[in-house]
Design a protein around this ligand. Structure first.
Ligand code: IDC
Length: 288
């Protein structure tokens, strides 16, 4: 992945949580704090897509949340991923939502689209089921926004990047997201990623956890480091799940944490690790 001047770039940051459940962090002050104190260069808005209480039923409410995060990212000069956080296909609704974002913001370099968080494992095939979805939704985005980065999801919770890479999408400026949870997914998934890159596609880790794929369980530091080493060696950007104060180990915040100004006591083990890692990366790259 390269920046506007053609230089290789690695983005590092945090994903917000499902937008319907933790809206207090869809705020300007949260993004400001993450930029100033955690030194992120990308933020992900996980716009909830579910049968109830989501962008399918509360379109305007969820669009307003996306706008808050986009405006905050633009004000801070960082990238923002608009993640259609779905596990099931709603191509018409995804097209409507993301092409509206494209109309309002597609002229800005900050915008990155993620039209499908993850497809579930059972019976979903790339060429038959997922590629046509992307053709429709990315096609709708491209009618409005010809060039901003789009990051495509793949079957098996966005792990089958090698399969997608063998029948890639025909659009320009496309990457494929690779999702991992360090205590569950290991070398075998990194090998899939390597195979995808050999097949010629760009990868982007729009979501990973330091813990188990359930979003809970023990933090696996050794495997988290193995993943980071691999991502950095390959210039793959990464964003962690998640900025949330839910009582689960993938959450970066402890229950009741305010929208910004977090002290060490407000952070979980994972949150402290991510903050340290992000600050070290910013230091090493010498920005700010
Ligand atoms: C999880 C949350 C959990 C919530 C669940 C609902 O951490 O609190 O109950 O969603 O579905 C993903 C998904 C992401 C998951 C996360 C952890 O993109 O939505 O969040 N995960 O399970 N893919 C792999 C893991």
């Amino acid at each position: 992945m390269v920046d506007a001047s053609g230089e290789p770039v690695t983005l590092r940051g945090m994903s917000l949580f499902w937008s319907q459940w933790e809206p207090e962090y869809y705020s300007r002050e949260t993004v400001d704090w993450l930029v100033d104190d955690w030194r992120i260069t990308a933020i992900r808005a996980a716009i909830a897509v579910a049968p109830e209480d989501s962008a399918l039923t509360e379109y305007d409410r969820e669009m307003a949340k996306a706008r808050i995060v986009i405006d905050a990212a633009v004000a801070n000069g960082i990238y923002v991923i608009i993640d259609w956080h779905a596990h099931t296909q709603h191509p018409a609704e995804a097209s409507r939502f993301l092409s509206q974002i494209a109309r309002e913001y597609g002229h800005l370099p900050n915008i990155i689209y993620e039209p499908f968080n993850e497809l579930l494992a059972e019976g979903v095939e790339w060429t038959r089921d997922v590629r046509p979805y992307h053709m429709q939704v990315i096609g709708a985005i491209r009618e409005v926004d010809p060039d901003n980065l789009v990051i495509a999801g793949s079957p098996f919770w966005s792990q089958h990047v090698d399969v997608a890479a063998s029948d890639p999408l025909p659009f320009t400026n496309i990457a494929y997201t690779l999702h991992y949870y360090a205590a569950t997914h290991r070398q075998e998934l990194r090998d899939r990623g390597a195979l995808a890159m050999e097949r010629g596609v760009a990868l982007f880790i729009t979501e990973f956890g330091t813990v188990e794929a359930t979003g809970n369980g023990e933090l696996d530091l050794a495997e988290s480091n193995a993943w980071w080493d691999w991502a950095e060696a390959n210039g793959i950007s990464w964003l962690n799940w998640s900025i949330a104060d839910k009582d689960e180990t993938s959450a970066a915040l402890r229950p009741g944490a305010p929208p910004s100004g977090w002290s060490d006591e407000d952070l979980t083990e994972s949150g402290r690790l991510l903050r340290a890692r992000l600050r070290a990366a910013a230091e090493a790259e010498g920005y700010r």
